[in-house]
Design a protein around this ligand. Structure first.
Ligand code: SIN
Length: 282
């Protein structure tokens, strides 16, 4: 099988065919996928994969150590590395996964220190229409700001807090233990990608609560502007899922948003692994 990579949108993303992840891939094929992921600004769709949970986890580990999601309610038994995103009803009609996961623009685990490097979301079942995932390029968001604003942002830090997404975007309630395990953290508002050397804007509506050192009005106005700047249509790729897609995204240079228009349309059942980021140099 020969690996084939094709760009899927003008701004970010590529689709890979010719790799059968279930049967194991060579280091050379992995390098081809990894390079394509970096070159296409952090979104790679690997189509037509029939993956068991074990194979999904094993392939994900090629990107680094895997995180265990703080919201254990949606972690499948025996697979602490997975997080289930699903509107499939289980016993008593309760959803088997979190159907609301990602119902707002966010970057996975920006509320942790270090924050996540990558996420690998595998579609077991998708509705006939709806439930697309949007990806925004945070490279592009940064690069299209004026030099004057970039210079200011380059020196600032922002606070990120898990609870922010729960209070603003979710009907799901976390336990006190989960909240205590995720205190607010600070990250630079502009980060340099360790592999590409490019700068990206690192704030997101899901978890970023404030700009450190500013008063509340200033911080809110600037964040509101940055969120709306970063989510302009020309910076976005909209992924229309097919069953057995594995989509790999780079949380260091993208945000994403799961469109919640699939209720009553069909089952959307996906599993995500999250790759831990590198610790900051001391
Ligand atoms: C997520 O944010 O991890 C879920 C994205 C999706 O369901 O499309």
């Amino acid at each position: 099988m020969t690996l084939n990579i094709q760009q899927i949108s003008p701004v970010l993303g590529a689709i890979a065919t010719g790799a059968d992840l279930a049967s194991g891939i060579t280091d050379e094929t992995f390098e081809g996928l990894h390079q394509a992921w970096l070159e296409h600004d952090g979104v790679l769709v690997v189509r037509g994969q029939a993956l068991s949970h074990e194979q999904h986890i094993e392939f994900s580990r090629r990107f680094g150590d895997l995180d265990h999601h703080v919201v254990t309610q949606f972690v499948p038994e025996k697979y602490p590395e997975l997080y289930r995103v699903s509107n499939k009803p289980g016993e008593g009609g309760k959803y088997l996964g979190n159907p609301q996961a990602g119902n707002h623009w966010h970057t996975d685990n920006s509320y942790l220190d270090p924050p996540a490097k990558a996420s690998l979301l595998y579609a077991a079942e998708v509705p006939p229409v709806g439930g697309d995932t949007l990806f925004a390029s945070m490279y592009r968001a940064y690069e299209t700001l004026s030099p004057a604003l970039r210079k200011v942002l380059d020196r600032l830090e922002a606070e990120h807090h898990f609870e922010n997404a729960l209070s603003n975007f979710s009907t799901f309630k976390a336990t006190d233990r989960q909240i205590d395990a995720t205190p607010p953290v600070r990250h630079p508002m502009v980060t340099v990608h360790p592999d590409t050397g490019r700068k990206s804007l690192y704030v997101n509506p899901g978890f970023t609560t404030r700009i450190v050192g500013m008063n509340a009005d200033e911080s809110e106005a600037i964040l509101r502007f940055l969120f709306s700047h970063a989510t302009q249509p020309q910076f976005i790729y909209q992924h229309r899922w097919q069953a057995h897609d594995l989509v790999i995204w780079d949380n260091r240079c993208t945000m994403h948003y799961a469109v919640q228009n699939f209720y009553g349309v069909g089952t959307r059942d996906l599993y995500r692994t999250t790759v831990k980021g590198d610790a900051k140099a001391a």
